[in-house]
Design a protein around this ligand. Sequence first.
Ligand code: AMP
Ligand code: ZN
Length: 451
Amino acid sequence: MTNLKISNTLTRTKELFKPIDSKNITMYACGPTVYDSPHVGNARSLVIFDLLFRVLKKLYGEKNVTYVRNITDIDDKIIDIAKEKKLQIDQVTTNITKEFHLACNLLNCLKPTFEPKATEHVNEMIKMTESLIKKGFAYVNEDHVYFAISTYKNYGKLSNKKPNDLKAGKRVEISNLKKNPLDFVLWKPSEENDPGWNSPWGRGRPGWHLECSVMSEKYLGKIFDIHGGGLDLIFPHHENEIAQTCCNNSNEKMANYWVHNGFLNMGKEKMSKSLGNIISINSAIEEYNGQVVRLALLSSHYRQPLDWNKDLLEQQKKTLNKWYSLYQDQIYLEKSNDCFDYLLDDLNTPGYISKLHELYNDASKGDENKKNSFNNACRLIGIFNENEIKWNKYKKKSVKLTEKSIMVKINERLVAREKGDFELADKIRNELDQEGVLIEDKKNKTEWKYK
Ligand code: AMP
Ligand code: ZN
């Protein structure tokens, strides 16, 4: 047994992780709805569950963890965007899926074991809907099929709310075809030109929640270890997944541990497409670098909110510039390191990162074994995936000043110093520092280099 502790939304406590089968750890994380470029809010979820995947692999063995992250490629939002942009549905989903995969690579996220697409599992979704109707948990009304939440006694347990306190509205469709406003759609009819599949209830398409119930069960079984996603998915998405799966299988549970990451905010508001305050992952990476973005996403504890701003990114860039001075291409793998305990404690990444700073300071005194340990510890959280040459290229590219303008600034500083205006001289030095240029005063001249 290992001593991994993880916060479980279902019990609202930090629990010792006990797998169902230590030879096959099973984890499902809700993947993207591929209708628009993924943003750094989505990236937070991606990186956090990638980290958990890495930790589980380290604890239970490379081959003993099955991680499923789905792709939602059928959804009203996709249909709306395709209409708006006058594109075919699969053009939208193929392009955005490609973009998503590129972002995953640049963020150094490992490939999940399975990445099922909703459109490839519609038959199983029809079967589950039929079964739920037969067992009395769902009803048909005008070609729609709804799940009746009144049939499930534990509805609201995950979000810790009584059904009366939960409200239909955002992401819970309001419709007079429902017996209860919180009943949710399992199947709905499609307009003639919209994507649809033949079913006992006419041509239509599945509801979003049903997709994850079907795909998780297919790849992980009726009860699995961990189910993850962002905080916004607790209600209604995960609540509804639990209701469908538990009712259909007559089980008390769908997954043992429900893990949710906090929001990534921009100016104190959740980054989201609907608020319009988004930065796409790929544009953040273009401006900075995948590793800078990854380290920024790991800089605060996954359950806490994280504010996305320039200072945060500049800070990570500075840190990585420093750390890269100890980068080693060839390392020997170590079984454990001094900081791993932080990750075992509910993925305490801020603790891990501060320990990395200590390891860096210690290793920079020259001990080769310590350098090796430091390199191991960086790689464990998915940092140092680019070699030094690539990093230096990025570093140079990210310096916005040309060599000529650097020289102009250095001369301005010399003049200021000659005049005794040390305040101005310091200001110029700081400005250059901010731009990634380090200056050093030698006997008769000032030298500079990229940081
Ligand atoms: P979606 O494509 O909207 O279903 O989101 C994919 C994943 O990203 C889900 O796990 C969401 O909870 C998560 N997510 C979306 N926005 C944010 C945000 N601003 N902060 C953290 N996670 C988010
Ligand atoms: Zn899901």
